[in-house]
Design a protein around this ligand. Structure first.
Ligand code: CMX
Length: 437
């Protein structure tokens, strides 16, 4: 058994009695009430999910296993010669809550390498799709196509389901998926945008570095990939992609079904697609100005024009956060510390939007959070490094988001979380409850 799996097993055994006690002795303890507004308004703020992988504080932002973003980056083993950690070490952290040693990290690196070959039939599926299919549709199709390899599903079908040990099958599927998502994403990228030419993996590289290599990027981009995947990994479990993955897995669907569904949710413009929208909006705006950075007044007008046409300002606002997203800040710092990017006109514009948009959104008076989220900053970095195909950006998000979603559903199995089934009411019932029937 690998060190990661052994450690995870130990953590699961330690944790189980806590969940059992809560279910057996405290099941009637109230965590809150649900209002009519919440029933109609997307269950915003309803406290009914449990995860220990990450926690999102409205003012402080995300903590992964209790650690802020800067703490996470500082604690994890770094790829030699790089500023950023191994994604594989971060996976170890998300699953176990322990910061791995270099040796433990390298064990995961090796394990993923063994699992990373993309099956030929997945390539066939991708190639059978119309070439103008959205890359997220391709990504989702590739993931669900691999369902036939699910260890969980095959053991279940063979009558080998055991509530106490089924997490191990989920763990197997999750690791295989994690190992293949980067190469699949790279295949889609090269097939769609680089003349269908492909680059063989380099056996020496870690997951983030390999992705950079396989899409044909520079050495510098390797750290961008590592940073990007870690920053986009997890945002507790109520967001659409994580919640969808959890919901689908709660029916004992395997990791392939569950994460493919999560990807479909991530593809929505109010969620992961926002990073594509940000770049489109920003580029269109700059194009109108002949490539120049606008004046503050010009920018204000453009923001108002967007709002007055009934559209949202992409990359701004959040369902939980009430301050600037630390994932935004982390990427902004990356830009500020990267010579070339710091003075890059598109980054200058993104910086200016940060100075102007919160005021405009506050004056507009609708958004509860006028501050930027992760998506407001990520596209500019990609564009700078030459990944200019912005419809592809959500695939990058989806590779990273798998870390959180798959760690969560592995724990869901370990703790035996139930099938999700909230109760619906009719409109008449709401009217009656509100005394307006
Ligand atoms: N621009 C304009 N209006 C906005 C806005 C924005 N950036 N953010 C919120 N609003 C509006 C909402 O549309 C809503 O209007 P209505 O009352 O007319 O429906 C009102 O403000 C209240 O919304 P809210 O409670 O502040 O925000 P929600 O929790 O409903 O939605 C989110 C959150 C992210 C969907 C929303 O802020 C938004 O659409 N932002 C732009 C898209 C975006 O950046 N999404 C990425 C989020 C991060 C991610 O998941 O990847």
């Amino acid at each position: 058994m690998s060190t990661l799996k052994e450690t995870l097993f130990k953590k699961i055994q330690e944790h189980r009695p806590r969940t059992t006690k809560l279910v057996k002795e405290c099941a009637d303890v109230k965590l809150g009430d649900v209002t009519v507004g919440q029933a109609i308004g997307g269950a915003r703020g309803v406290r009914c999910l449990v995860t220990d992988i990450s926690y999102l504080d409205p003012m402080e932002g995300i903590r992964f296993r209790g650690m802020t973003i800067p703490e996470t980056f500082a604690a994890l083993p770094k790829v030699p010669g790089s500023e950023y950690p191994y994604v594989e070490g971060f996976w170890y952290l998300l699953l176990t809550g322990d910061v791995p040693t270099m040796e433990q990290t390298l064990e995961v690196v090796e394990d993923w390498k063994q699992r990373s070959a993309v099956p030929e039939y997945v390539i066939d599926v991708l190639r059978a799709l119309p070439r103008d299919s959205h890359p997220m549709a391709m990504f989702s199709a590739a993931i669900v196509a691999m369902q036939r390899e699910s260890v969980f599903a095959s053991n279940y079908a063979a009558g080998k389901f055991n509530k106490m040990t089924c997490w191990e099958d989920m763990y197997e599927d999750a690791n295989t998926l994690m190992a293949r998502l980067g190469p699949i994403g790279a295949y889609i990228y090269r097939m769609k945008y680089k003349g269908d030419t492909h680059i063989a993996p380099d056996p020496e590289l870690d997951m983030g570095g390999q992705f950079a290599h396989m899409i044909g990027q520079s050495d510098e981009y390797k750290d961008v990939a590592r940073m990007y995947f870690i920053l986009h990994s997890d945002h507790e479990s109520g967001n659409v992609s994580a919640h969808t993955t959890h919901l689908v897995a709660s029916a004992l669907s395997d990791a392939y079904y569950a994460y493919s569904a999560g990807i479909n949710g991530l593809a929505g413009p109010l969620h992961g697609l926002a990073n594509e929208e940000v770049l489109r909006w920003t580029q269109n705006f700059m194009q109108k100005l002949g490539g120049e950075v606008p004046t503050e007044e010009g920018l204000k007008e453009a923001l108002w024009a967007t709002l007055n046409s009934g559209q949202v300002i992409p990359g701004y606002g959040h369902a939980v956060l009430r301050k600037t997203d630390p994932r935004y800040t982390s990427q902004r710092e990356f830009c500020m510390n990267t010579p070339g990017l710091k003075d890059y006109p598109l980054f200058q514009l993104v910086k200016m939007i940060f100075e102007v948009a919160p005021g405009v959104l506050t004056e507009h008076g609708k958004a509860k959070n006028p501050w930027p989220n992760v998506d407001a900053q990520s596209g500019v970095i990609q564009w700078y490094y030459g990944v200019t195909e912005y419809e592809y950006y959500t695939v990058l998000f989806g590779i990273g988001r798998a870390l959180g979603c798959l760690a969560n559903i592995t724990w869901d199995r370990a703790l035996g979380y139930g099938i999700e089934r909230p109760k619906s009411l009719t409109t008449a019932m709401l009217e009656e409850a509100a005394g307006i029937a």
